[in-house]
Ligand binder design. Structure first.
Ligand code: SF4
Length: 381
């Protein structure tokens, strides 16, 4: 059985380790490119959401690479379109005459997953159990290491002295995480990640602008569709923190582990519930919760990313607009689809950075006058 699944950020690195450890042969297509998106969009319904198109392209590329089994996450157990991605993509691929077996991974049907794992381990339950525990541990370590690398890179990139050094250090470390398979060697690698980042020289005195990225999970995590927004902001000297990463997404959905140090999901959901009673499918409610807390968490602005036509995020848009109107924190909304262009998106982000910079300059002018006692009132934003 040669299995494949869709890409989203760097999620394929821990997932590949997980499925390999469980006894499956993994055949992954290349990471998503504009070509992947165009291939997927060509065979998708026009108004379906953007992640559907890219992930359909992933599946086609994996089949061309020799995969014979496709893993689809979600099978009707979701309140937005994500719930029927698998079934619909499967019918489209069958209509295109691809020959493959589909496995639908659903939290409502854990028996199916157990049966597949057992059969991949020759029907031996002890072997299946041992391999499951080991592969879960390996996947967790890899995912956590990627999280650490991305977190450190986000902090240092805006203030690095040599442009591009953080990117090359991160790429090299991610490559090592991807290639290392034994738990022992992975643990050794964990120790060297922090050390390697310490070799990057940076401007200690700089205080970069801080932007919180919220919105639909795929748009926040997948660099192809968000035009590498984190790196782009970092190179513009801005610290960008996404409320969600591939690590957080994976382990929150799979094992209900929430290790987001910025703000716990529970707290975000509770704060949002006063104006948004429940999640309607995507990350709408939790995104609202993060945006409501952004100023308190020290951010200067919020960027809200959503796929064009996404039901939950389109509905939540009015709330983001009212947060911006309230004057609490500026919010930039970016709607993305296959027609979005790098220049258009980046120009809007640059204009947003200018706005945040001028607001910060005005704020510090007021606080300077406040500390000298000339003016006590501060109501700039
Ligand atoms: S959250 Fe939005 S973009 Fe994502 S699957 Fe649901 S409807 Fe589509």
């Amino acid at each position: 059985m040669r299995v494949a699944f869709a890409h989203m950020g760097l999620i394929h690195i821990p997932l590949q380790a997980l499925f390999k450890g469980l006894g499956f042969e993994v055949v992954l297509g290349p990471v998503s490119t504009r070509n992947t998106l165009q291939t997927g969009a060509k065979h998708s319904p026009e108004m379906v959401c953007l992640p559907f198109k890219v992930t359909l392209g992933n599946m086609i590329e994996s089949l061309h690479k020799g995969a014979d089994t496709l893993l689809f996450i979600g099978a009707g157990d979701w309140s937005c379109r994500f719930g029927y991605y698998g079934r619909l993509q499967c019918s489209i691929l069958k209509e295109l005459r691809y020959d493959f077996r589909a496995i639908f991974i659903s939290k409502n049907d854990l028996r199916l997953i157990l049966t597949e794992v057992l059969s991949a381990n020759g029907g031996n339950p002890f072997r299946a159990l041992k391999n499951s525990a080991k592969s879960l541990l390996t996947a967790w370590i890899k995912s956590k290491q990627i999280e650490t690398i991305e977190t450190l890179a986000r902090k240092i990139r805006p203030v690095e002295k040599t442009d591009g050094q953080t990117d090359s250090v991160s790429r090299e470390l991610i490559n090592r995480v991807s290639k290392t398979s034994s738990v022992r060697n992975l643990l050794k690698l964990t120790r060297s990640i922090n050390q390697t980042f310490k070799t990057i020289d940076y401007h200690k005195e700089r205080k970069p602008l801080r932007i919180l990225i919220v919105g639909e999970s795929y748009c926040v995590i997948e660099p192809l569709v968000n035009f590498h927004i984190i790196e782009f902001l970092g190179h513009a000297g801005v610290f960008a923190e996404p409320f969600l990463t591939s690590h957080r997404w994976l382990f929150r959905h799979a094992l209900r582990i929430d290790d987001n140090k910025l703000l716990k999901n529970k707290r975000a959901l509770k704060d949002a519930s006063k104006i948004w009673a429940y999640p309607t499918g995507g990350e709408d409610q939790v995104s609202i919760g993060f945006a409501l807390n952004a100023r308190r968490l020290g951010f200067d602005g919020v960027i809200h990313l959503m796929p064009f036509g996404c039901m939950p995020e389109t509905a939540a848009l009015t709330v983001f607009e009212s947060i911006a109107r309230s004057g609490d924190i500026p919010v930039l909304n970016i709607s993305l689809d296959e027609h979005s262009g790098h220049t258009g998106v980046c120009t809007r982000i640059e204009a947003f950075i200018d706005l945040l910079e001028s607001q910060r300059a005005a704020r510090s002018k007021v606080s300077a006058t406040t500390t000298t006692g000339e003016k006590r009132e501060c109501n700039v934003t």
